[in-house]
Design a binder for this molecule. Sequence first.
Ligand code: PBG
Length: 329
Amino acid sequence: MDLTDRPRRLRRDGVRELVSETTLDASDLVAPVFVDATTDERVPITSMPGHERVPIEESVARVEEVRETGVETVMLFGIPTSKDDEGTRAWAEDGVVQEATRRITSETDVTVITDVCLCEYTEHGHCGILEEGVREHPDEACLTVDNDETLANLQQIAVSHAEAGADVVAPSGMMDGMVGAIRTALDDAGYEGVPIMSYAAKYESAFYGPFRDAADGAPAFGDRRHYQMDPANAREAVREVALDVEQGADLLMVKPALPYLDVVSAVDRNFDLPVAAYNVSGEYAMLHAASEKGWLDLEATAMESLLSIKRAGADVIVTYFAEDVADAL
Ligand code: PBG
């Protein structure tokens, strides 16, 4: 036997760690937190074990729990007191996210990223103002989201979050021109220092199911395929992300993560901005469900998932596993 190539040499204990290419660090993880203005008690989210909706009163306590694990950043989602056609509670000064952000940023050192979207605030559950759309069927008028009308509302939401103290705003509605519109509005209001983490390539994914229960943001009719991306497309993602870069995005997010690692990798290779990936609710729920059945080891599969997302090129991971993984690190 004269084998010259023996890659196993580097897999020995002690050497393996030395040459490991990818590492997970608690400072790269972002924990989503749900604040609910309709409750005065914590409400567990059944499809996302370990997560709950917390009342505004408990938002600081909830974020302190996250901080104790070593995670330094949270992403805030709000469930408003009431919903209407336009989603006006999304930019109310005393809105749920504004109120929670004010408390968290004045009482803790945790970095707050806010979700800038309308689907949790509109009665119809879509991510903007509705308009009569193209006719999909000759007899039936179909409704879709009016892109340009919606931009003005997204501007108001982003500015109201910055006013409340948000460290980063994260528009997730997939409206064309949203990053540029929000950048202009923030700058005009004197918030030129607030970065935009754009959900630059967000797919119309069935993996959002548990989140829509958690945040009560499922569309009342239809789906989001007129604005979120088609899972079939990867080249389009590069075009879509380039637009956000031109418009002034500071961080680029791909969502979901695991089924779209090719897209994470493409965004990492094509752009020189930090890349974030959102390990979404369905990716979390499926590991929990399988581990409850005794079919998978939860901690090991969670670690491997996050490591893979980093290996693909993500610098930042938004994940419901943040606290558990940070604790284990
Ligand atoms: C929209 C938004 C969604 C998620 C984050 N922001 C839902 C959607 O687009 O339907 C999903 C996150 C997840 O599934 O974990 N505001």
